[in-house]
Design a protein around this ligand. Structure first.
Ligand code: PLP
Length: 429
């Protein structure tokens, strides 16, 4: 073989994995073990001192989970990754090394409903806060930051409207402020968008969605680019200053590009315990093998169905950025050339009542609070996922009462169109 880097389709199957050294097992085994036998007392001491990398206890590291971590880091073009028990766990884990009481993060108004609640309410219990800004206005991001700002957070393709973020422009603001940009790449996946190549420092995932792709397990991941200089300012003492629990070790000085990842495992997972279990890692590894194939079909179907809906007189508007009529279409062509994903909303003439009837009338689409499954899914955000939000927050996040969200699966597009057709007929009768 020569030095040509492997392509995405090869890496999604092979990165991080090799035949099991003990048995030759070709598929990555589920290492269903809590603990690992030390070679001797010196080995144990070296592991606990972080002088040697190895397995101690599965709250920290597990061989099946390690394969998935390397697979995701490779697909995102990062230096390392830490897997977590859910996407929400990954978001807390991503902020944990950066924040102290009094710190804030500037976040987009267009986020997954649960993320708006997590950032808007729950993180206050840690003494952290979030400032919500429209990320199409990059000057507003800059203006919202202050000396306690430790990160900028947005989604690449954002839930539920399928809006696209101009990641290079937002990354430039983060760089000017000297803080990392964290991009939730759940809806795009590294197949459609590679935030690190556009200037993001960190990428988070809900692996529950497209990466697993089959609706079986919850999980999350935090990927670090390895590009950020944590010692350039005094903003990030957890990474640049001595860590008391490891005899004054300085993570950035000692581990360089892997400092953030090692901190995530050695401090984050050790003390917060938001660990992914090996069964979940196995399901997600199975799913990732076909990621590019699924995403291509998801996008093809979404483009076809969005175009059909847009031309239907019962529909007021469709938000899909893959439609030439979308205000995000130019950005899609420039930054998301492989497609705008497969999640979007459309407004039904007849408002709230018609939306509720529509979700009760579909047959192939499942009415569930999930997305990124091979199965097509439908939900009325305003009465479910975005129910806790104020009307203003619902509107800003693209979840107005007259809007239904679709997560287009990989079934036959014509079958999905026939299903929506009959459900729209029932809803607007
Ligand atoms: C689902 C989701 C999350 C949360 O992930 P969980 O695995 O459900 O905890 C975060 N961000 C986005 C964009 C999501 O779709």
């Amino acid at each position: 073989m020569n030095d040509t880097p492997y392509g995405f389709d090869t890496l999604q199957i092979h990165a991080g994995a090799r035949p099991d050294p003990a048995t030759g097992a070709r598929q990555t085994p589920i290492y269903q073990s809590t603990a690992y036998v030390f070679r001797d007392a010196d080995h144990a001491a070296a592991l606990f001192n972080l002088q040697e990398v190895g397995y101690i206890y599965s709250r920290l590291t597990n061989p099946t989970v390690s394969v998935l971590q390397e697979r995701i880091a490779t697909l995102e073009g990062g230096a390392g990754a830490v897997c977590c028990s859910s996407g929400h766990a990954a978001q807390i884990m991503a902020l944990f090394p950066l924040m102290q009481p009094g710190s804030n993060v500037v976040v987009s108004t267009r986020l997954y409903g649960g993320s708006i609640t997590q950032f808007g309410q729950t993180i206050k219990r840690f003494g952290w806060s979030a400032t919500f800004v429209d990320f199409d206005d990059v000057d507003a991001i800059h203006a919202a930051a202050d000396e306690n700002t430790k990160a900028i957070f947005c989604e690449s393709i954002s839930n539920p409207g399928g809006y696209l973020t101009d990641i290079p422009a937002v990354a430039a603001v983060a760089e000017a402020l000297g803080v990392p940009l964290i991009v939730d790449n759940t809806l795009a996946t590294p197949y459609l968008c590679r935030p690190i190549e556009m200037g993001a420092t960190l990428v988070v995932h809900s692996t529950t969605k497209y990466l697993t792709g089959n609706g079986t397990v919850t999980g999350g991941a935090v990927v670090d680019s390895g590009n950020f200089d944590w010692s350039a300012s005094d903003k990030f003492p957890s990474l640049s200053q001595p860590e008391p629990a490891y005899h004054g070790l300085k993570f950035h000085e000692t581990f360089g590009a892997l400092a953030y990842t090692f901190h995530g495992i050695a401090v984050g997972l050790r003390d917060l315990g938001m660990t992914m279990n090996p069964q979940a890692a196995h399901y997600t590894l199975m799913g990732i093998e076909t990621l590019s194939l699924r995403m291509e079909r998801h996008v093809q179907n979404a483009e076809k169905i969005a175009a059909w809906l847009e031309n239907d007189p019962r529909v007021e508007f469709v938000t899909y950025a893959g439609l030439p009529s979308s205000p995000y279409y130019d950005r899609k062509q420039a930054l998301y050339a492989k497609g705008a994903g497969a999640l979007f909303t459309f407004a039904v003439k007849g408002g709230y009542e018609a939306c509720v009837k529509l979700v009760d009338s579909v047959e192939i689409f499942s009415h569930v609070a999930n997305l990124g499954d091979t199965r097509s899914l439908i939900i009325h955000s305003a009465s479910t996922t975005h129910r806790q939000l104020t009307p203003k927050q619902q509107e800003a996040s693209g979840a107005s009462p007259n809007v239904v969200r679709l997560s287009i699966g990989t079934e036959d597009a014509d079958d999905l169109i026939r299903d929506l057709d009959q459900a729209l007929a029932a809803a607007t009768a």
